[in-house]
Design a protein around this ligand. Structure first.
Ligand code: GLC
Length: 550
């Protein structure tokens, strides 16, 4: 069997600065994470994705780097980072880092030099226009907070392009020197031992920006080139990309159409993310069934990465207005829960009213669908958000470890914390924390541990092929299956609240001693698969048969 580790991975995403603070300065650090690796190993995580770790003025939470070859001193030293890689590897955990090369911070020495003079060797590392571009007010990613994509720089006496905030000038990827530098950055971190990169903003990286053309052409060859480079440097390195584009545009990000994926290995499934939210809101799996049917076929080696929550808002922009309104009405009804006119800045537990059955259902669904699951820190204990914080910071509060002051995140004075911990109400650390849940096998954390372990015993879920089981179902119920050399798994999810009975006798011929391996409660034996009970918000993972190959 091909050893594509990423197809069977469980990815855990965290920001070092809000995870665990080892030195009491109020900011999380590498040593803090090292101290928590056993927690992640126990949870069953096989790969950690670190949000940006580079020096940065942190105007966009590190997505604005000033040095790609170093780590933010607040987090520790490069030595600490290397130690983290070693300690993670001792526990069988890989580490990937964010590669944010669409832009730099405007305080990056390259940009400071570039704007200082037309003769700077770095001038052409960025994108300039002598005249005010006609599309200056188009293509903003953060509407409401960002008003233009071209800003006039008085020192440079020219306009520079920035797809994101104006303190994030876009690098000019058309410049061969920039390309070489990006490759060098990947080489550096691969050499240190990372297993790959979460590539930020890929559709924008490859844009051949032309002033006045809001629809600039894209240079996909760069992705082919980068993939080659990365793969030669480290054979099992992976590229996991953020490319939130229309589904028909996705295949070219995976490969050039020659059959095997020769560009990005894994793409976040943004389309599925919005549809999962819609299906949960409407208690109707129809849109997931459509997604399973319609998603473009992936080239060999291509893989989806699924998620319910990440570090950004839930982006509902690819749903229709009606669909979006249904999700907002259910999960983000108040103005202050919404962001950029398209999204929700909340964590999942509060969106689902802290209903344990509903939370389990949602995560069971995500983890059992095709692709590699990505889990955001704190979701495994059901953390909430702090809507008093600005924008996306609402969902970036410190990890809640214990009953101790500052949720056990840090020993600093509370006012020194990078962000306040949630210490009030239902989601306050006094109620929601790791220590409490670790002692209680019935806790959400205990459930996540069991669920992830079960998933890892069913590798066909990630690396096999997934399809909808198209037989009549009670309303609200989704039946899907995963097939691979390791066997077949069947999954039932009831998105509605009514108890139902499901008939899957059509599968009886294929079954070899079918058994429930994970479910929301103890159900009667699966029997002949013709009278499968399923409670409201219930789910059943049934191993239909074991394959002969591992
Ligand atoms: C991506 C990141 C987001 C960041 C932006 C600019 O969308 O996910 O957090 O603000 O890129 O780098």
């Amino acid at each position: 069997m091909s050893d594509r580790w990423y197809s069977e991975a469980v990815v855990y995403c965290l920001d070092i600065d809000t995870f665990a603070d080892s030195d009491g300065d109020g900011v999380g650090d590498f040593q803090g994470l090292i101290g928590r690796l056993d927690y992640l190993a126990r949870l069953g995580v096989t790969c950690i994705w670190l949000n940006p770790i580079h020096p940065s003025p942190n105007e966009d939470d590190g997505y604005d780097a000033t040095d790609f070859y170093n780590v933010d001193p607040r987090l520790g030293t490069l030595g600490d980072f290397a130690e983290l890689l070693h300690q993670a590897s001792n526990r069988g955990i890989r580490v990937i880092i964010d590669l944010v090369v669409n832009h730099t911070s405007n305080k990056h020495p390259w940009f400071i030099s570039a704007r200082s003079s037309p003769d700077s060797p770095y001038r052409d590392w960025y994108i300039w226009s002598e005249h005010e571009p006609a599309d200056r007010h188009q293509g903003m990613v953060f509407p409401g907070e960002q008003h233009e994509t071209w800003t006039y720089d008085r020192t440079a006496k020219a306009w520079y392009y920035h797809r994101f905030y104006k303190f994030q000038p876009d690098l000019n990827i058309e410049n061969p020197k920039v390309r070489a530098e990006v490759k060098k950055i990947t080489s550096f971190w691969l050499q240190l031992g990372v297993s790959g990169f979460r590539m930020d903003a890929v559709p924008f990286i490859i844009e051949r920006t032309e002033p006045g053309n809001p629809d600039s052409p894209k240079d996909f060859d760069f992705l082919t080139d980068l993939r080659q480079h990365v793969q030669w440097r480290r054979g099992d390195a992976v590229l996991l990309a953020e490319a939130n584009v229309e589904p028909d545009q996705l295949p070219v990000f995976f490969g050039d159409g020659s059959g095997s994926g020769n560009r990005i290995h894994m793409l976040f499934d943004f389309m599925l993310n919005g549809r999962l939210m819609l299906a949960l809101a409407r208690e109707d799996p129809e849109v997931i069934i459509e997604a399973l049917r319609d998603t473009p076929k992936l080239p060999t080696g291509g893989q989806w990465a699924t998620f319910l929550r990440n570090h950004d808002e839930i982006d509902l922009s690819r749903l229709t207005a009606d669909q979006r309104n249904d999700v907002l009405a259910k999960f983000g009804p108040k103005k202050n829960m919404q962001l950029y006119g398209r999204g929700i800045r909340r964590r999942l537990a509060p969106m689902l009213g802290n209903d344990r059955r509903h939370i389990e259902l949602a995560y069971s669904l995500q983890f059992s669908l095709r692709g590699t699951p990505v889990l955001r820190y704190g979701e495994e204990i059901g953390m909430g958000e702090d809507l008093a914080l600005e924008g996306r910071d609402a969902i970036r509060t410190p990890m809640q470890w214990s009953y101790q002051e500052n949720a056990g995140f840090s020993t600093a004075e509370p006012e020194k914390l990078i962000r306040p911990v949630i210490d009030k109400g239902e989601y306050g650390y006094q109620h929601v924390n790791v220590t409490a849940q670790r002692r209680d096998p019935r806790s959400l954390l205990g459930w996540f541990e069991r669920m992830i372990r079960t998933l890892r015993e069913a590798p066909e879920t990630g690396s096999g092929s997934t399809s909808h089981i198209d037989v009549p179902m009670p309303p609200g119920v989704l039946a899907h299956r995963a097939d691979g050399p390791t066997g077949t798994m069947v999954f039932l999810h009831n998105l509605g609240t009514e108890d139902v009975e499901v008939d899957l006798s059509i599968l009886a011929d294929e079954a070899e001693l079918p058994i429930d391996v994970l479910s929301d409660r103890n159900y009667p034996d699966v029997g002949k698969l013709d009278r499968l009970k399923l409670a409201g918000y219930g789910y059943r993972w049934i191993r239909l048969r074991l394959g002969h190959e591992r």
